[in-house]
Write a protein that binds this ligand. Structure first.
Ligand SMILES: C[S@@+](CC[C@H](N)C(=O)[O-])C[C@H]1O[C@@H](n2cnc3c(N)ncnc32)[C@H](O)[C@@H]1O
Length: 242
């Protein structure tokens, strides 16, 4: 499967959930709130948001930089529409854009993103590339799924002889803090549903589900871990020259 096809699947999966995302993405909301506490003091900044979704972080960007010039983007058109509806901010522009290859002029003071860059083909390079879109004093600030996420589920899949269909989890640059959030689900299906419902269920390219073994992995997750799964979230920053 080509990169363009995989991105179209990701956009379609998130887009289909744009109207229900806010009710199913509590963790993502909390993460955006925490990321917002790290927003730097800036006056009149030119701001680019990547993977804005329905606007959990956008809300903070508008509140923190009321005089800023904001370009709010997402790869899914339905998410861009939902974000615009939720935040009809007069001074902002909204656009559909792949944050991994931004089709925009550089010169941003701040590029912000919460829980989106893990969907890039290559999150590490994608983040590094964003530096080129910064002003000399500018910064990229992001939160993303860390490499150690869902290790309980990975162990169960391995024991059941299955590859993980979840999006690849990478080591990312510029991490300044991280958190491990253990979430206890009612059962393994509830964990998978919690990924699927906000739109995060797109399997990585080439993944073929084997439902019998998957049932075994689900049973293992419940027996070994009481259906508790850890979300590893990293918070990072990159500067123009650092
Ligand atoms: C888990 S949601 C996070 C949304 C929002 N930032 C939040 O904190 O709730 C991930 C978002 O990233 C978007 N996304 C995925 N891949 C992307 C890409 N390559 N470029 C831009 N946005 C992308 C999805 O469409 C989705 O809206």
């Amino acid at each position: 499967m080509s990169s363009a096809e995989q991105k179209a699947r990701i956009a379609s999966s998130f887009g289909a959930r744009a109207n229900t995302y806010d009710g199913t993405a509590k963790l993502q909301r909390d993460i955006a709130d925490l990321l917002a506490t790290h927003l730097p003091d800036m006056y009149w900044p030119r701001v680019l948001e990547i993977g804005a979704g329905t606007g959990f972080l956008t809300r903070h960007l508008f509140a923190r930089y009321p005089q800023g010039r904001h370009l709010i983007t997402d790869i899914a058109p339905e998410m861009v529409d939902a974000c615009h509806r939720n935040h009809p901010h007069a001074a902002a522009q909204f656009a559909v854009m792949d944050g991994e290859s931004p089709s925009v002029e550089g010169g941003f003071d701040l590029i912000a993103s919460s829980m989106a860059v893990q969907w890039f083909d290559d999150p590490h390079s994608g983040l590094e590339r964003l530096r080129a879109f910064l002003n000399p004093e500018g910064m990229v600030l992001y939160a993303a799924l860390g490499h150690d996420s869902f290790r309980e589920w990975d162990a169960c899949l391995q024991e059941a002889g299955l590859d993980s269909g979840l999006t690849a989890r990478h080591e990312l640059p510029g991490v300044f803090t991280e958190s491990r959030i253990a979430v206890k689900y009612d059962n393994a299906r509830a964990f998978l549903k919690a990924l699927r419902d906000p739109g995060s269920g797109t399997p990585r390219p080439g993944y073929k589900s084997q439902s019998f073994s998957l049932r075994r992995a689900c049973r293992l997750l419940e027996e070994r871990y009481g259906a508790e799964v850890t979300w590893h979230v990293v918070y990072g920053t990159l500067c123009h020259n650092a």
